[in-house]
Design a protein around this ligand. Sequence first.
Ligand code: DX5
Ligand code: ZN
Length: 215
Amino acid sequence: MNKISPSILAGDFARLGEAAQLCERSGADWLHIDVMDGHFVPNITIGAPVVKCLRRTTGLFFDVHLMISEPDRYIPDFAAAGADLINVHAESEGDTEKTVDLIRSLGKKAAVALKPATPAETVFPYLDKLDMVLVMTVEPGFGGQSFMADQLPKIAAIRAECERRGLATDIQVDGGITDATAPLVTRAGANVLVAGSYLFKAADMPSAIQTLKNL
Ligand code: DX5
Ligand code: ZN
């Protein structure tokens, strides 16, 4: 069964706690929190103080996606704010493997995210240290974009490498996930699905989550 991580970016930012609780009540496994700095991506969203406040509203596992230039500078803050997993981009500044070590040293799960133009092999040198790899299926920065089917071979390549090494690493996808695109990514090997617009616009979030889970 897939794990479903609704992206709170598609929620009402004046009522983030209620949005998180709606996801929890609807059967979400995780909550995906998109952090953007206006530099790594052309948009600004949520910082650690907001994560800290959200932490008081829900017991959901916090999957924090850092789309920021200097992750090392802010990771301790997000860890203290209540992140359960911290997802950093391979394209951010610094040595990604050292950043992964920093996340783990704080007792958090670690994931590395890849922009569409970044090849699968980028994560292979430190794949054994990762709890998850995130394959972006849109250019990071905004919700509501169209799914990029050209990312499917990358998902398959990472799944094949995990299997070759006997690793049960999670593979997450993020961007344009709907009931139409989710079967494609799960067939390619993804098992953690982020969905923003699709879930928040659904008339019935619980059944939309079940649909994605049971693919
Ligand atoms: C985009 C974010 C996504 C976004 C996905 O940069 O990383 O998590 O919220 O939104 P949808 O599901 O609407 O494409
Ligand atoms: Zn995201």
